[in-house]
Design a protein around this ligand. Structure first.
Ligand code: ARG
Length: 258
C-alpha cells in the first residue's frame, strides 16, 4: 500500500513539474508587471514597411501598426528581425507569437498559417533602368527578372517565366534583388509597390523607372499566426478593427482598407 502512495506522490510531482516546464517556453516571456510579451518576427529589409534605422531599431509602418494594435489591446510586443524565409519557420516552431512583414494573404499560405483581416493593400511593381524598353509585364518574357525569394513577386514571375526558369534571379531581400538589376545581372526587379517606390526615392542618383501593369492583382497584407491559434487571431483582429474604426490605421498608412 505504501508503495502505491509513493507512486501517486511521484506522479503528482511529475505532473506539476511538467506543467511548470511548459510555462517556461521561449514564447512566454513576461514584462516587469508579469504580463506576457508577444514576440513578433519580421524581415526588416523592407522600407518603408519594416527596416532598421541608423541606431539598429526595427521601425516602419508595419511596426507602427502592430504597436498601435498592442496599445489598443493593452498587450506588450517585442520585434525580432528573422529575415523573410526564416520568419515562417519561427511562427511554425513557436519561436515567436506572430509575424508582421508585409505578408500578402494568399490561399496557399492560408493552408499553413492563420491570417488576420487585411490591414494594407498593395500590388506588384516593375523596376527597370531608365533607358529600358519594357512597358508591361509581358515584355519580361525573354528577360532576366530579379525578385525576393518566395515572395508574391517571385510567384508572379514564375508564372511568366516558368517555375524552374534560370532567368529568375531570386535574392534573399528585395534590395539585393534590385542590386542585381543595377549590376546588370537582371533586366528588371519586381516587388511590392510601396517598397519599390521608396527605394527609388531613397536612391535618386540611380537612374531607374517604374512600370505598372494592370494585370497585377491587388494584394492584401495580414498579420500571420500559427495555424489554429484562434485566440491570438481574434485579439489581433479586434485591434485592427479598432484602428480601422478610429481612423488610426489610415493615419499611419495613408490608405483605406475595407
Ligand atoms: N508581400 C510580399 C509577400 O507576401 C512580399 C513581402 C516581403 N516582406 C518583407 N518584409 N521582406 O510575398
Amino acid at each position: 500500500m505504501k508503495s502505491v502512495k509513493k507512486l501517486l506522490l511521484f506522479a503528482i510531482i511529475l505532473f506539476g513539474v511538467s506543467f511548470a516546464l511548459i510555462g517556461c517556453g521561449a514564447d512566454s516571456a513576461t514584462d516587469e508587471n508579469g504580463n506576457k510579451i508577444y514576440t513578433v518576427a519580421t524581415d526588416a529589409t523592407y522600407a518603408p514597411m519594416e527596416y532598421m534605422d541608423k541606431d539598429g531599431n526595427i521601425v516602419g509602418l508595419d511596426i507602427e501598426i502592430v504597436k498601435a494594435i498592442a496599445e489598443e489591446m493593452d498587450i506588450t510586443v517585442e520585434f525580432k528581425n528573422y529575415g523573410w524565409d526564416p520568419l515562417f519557420a519561427a511562427v511554425d516552431n513557436d519561436e515567436v507569437d506572430f509575424a508582421v512583414s508585409s505578408i500578402t494573404i494568399t490561399d496557399e499560405r492560408k493552408e499553413s498559417y492563420g491570417f488576420t483581416d487585411p490591414y494594407f493593400a498593395a500590388n506588384q511593381l516593375i523596376l527597370v533602368p531608365e533607358d529600358s524598353t519594357v512597358t508591361k509585364f509581358d515584355d519580361l518574357k525573354d528577360k532576366k527578372v530579379a525578385v525576393q525569394i518566395n515572395t508574391t513577386g517571385h510567384i508572379v514571375t514564375r508564372g511568366l517565366l516558368g517555375d524552374t526558369s534560370a532567368d529568375i534571379v531570386a535574392a534573399e531581400t528585395l534590395p539585393f534583388a534590385i542590386g542585381e538589376m543595377i549590376n546588370g545581372n537582371a533586366d528588371a526587379a519586381i516587388g511590392d509597390n510601396v517598397v519599390i517606390i521608396e527605394y527609388q526615392k531613397n536612391n535618386p542618383n540611380v537612374k531607374l523607372k517604374t512600370v505598372d501593369d494592370p494585370a497585377f492583382e491587388k494584394e492584401f497584407y495580414g498579420l500571420m499566426v500559427k495555424k489554429g491559434n484562434t485566440e491570438l487571431l481574434e485579439l489581433l483582429n479586434e485591434g485592427i478593427a479598432k484602428l480601422k474604426a478610429n481612423g488610426k490605421l489610415k493615419e499611419i498608412t495613408g490608405i483605406d482598407v475595407e
